[in-house]
Design a protein around this ligand. Sequence first.
Ligand SMILES: [Zn+2]
Length: 354
Amino acid sequence: MPERSLKDMETEVFWNAVKTNDARFDGAFYLGVKTTGIYCRPSCRARTPKRENVAFFPTIQLAEQFGLRACLRCKPKEIRGRDSQITAILKVCEMLESDDLFSLDMLADEVGLSPSHLQRSFKEIIGVSPKKYAEAKRMEKFKNELRSGSDVTTAMYDVGFGSSSRLYEKASENLGMTPTKYKKGGQGVEINYTITDCELGRILVARTIKGLCNVAFADDDSTLEASLKKEYPNAEVTKDAAVLKGFVDEILIHLAGKKKRLDLPLDIQATAFQMRVWELLRKIPYGETVTYTQIAEQLGDKKKVRAVAQACASNRVAVVIPCHRVVGKDGKLSGYRWGVERKSKLLEAESCDE
Ligand SMILES: [Zn+2]
């Protein structure tokens, strides 16, 4: 008998249905009992088996393939049809379990219910709202990813945390840990920075103990320092060229076109959506450009073009996250946080490198 013949999320819902003899689930799944070798409908009034002896089957055929016999008491073969409401709710569960993000309207549309009806029925049958359910499922996956060794950032976008930063904060709350210590303007964070000359004017490079937190260009040092302080008003910020030397060298070599890949550790404050966008940006090869629309498409939502542009504009580590490689649809450079002229120079330097 399979340990899990259906998705984990369904098994919880199914087990609840069994415990409450919920007849609405009859036909939605079958309950196989290892110890007795029989399968039942969820509403069977026979004594509830122990959880560890139970497996769930989506069809009678599958249950019988595993050598189980139909229960004589509840006669699962005589079920005619399925409860349409349960069918709809299970479909919604499945959608919420996927990596895509759905609004209540989209879910409702998919199963042909009104949003308010779906909201009500879902809560009644599953016990929580669709939103809570999706959050719980994502949190579960997130924790599993972390246990399997992914770092927090990777785990975040692998499980598709949405654009909501509230959800992101929730992640740290629920985990009892803080992915980055950036709440309250960097309180308790030690930041070291240095400023030097580069091809594009003055460049500021700043780091925490974990990685780069700011790389920026400007014409003068006071602008750079002011913007760093504005970003992390409560952090302990110290100028220290020595601790930045390794990072600065790498970046300057890169800007001079001598090293194409710039793979430096980052420690940046971000919403989950920003992280997903920035991760895609880091995959754009040297010397190539993509459009904002293409990034939005890669994220699975063409309509997010503006949000993508905003995420690019809020990049805090110039060049290391190469937001300069994202351009407008018509090839126009669009904006750049550190000046369109610098963007143009960067792209030019990358393109004539061949
Ligand atoms: Zn039975």
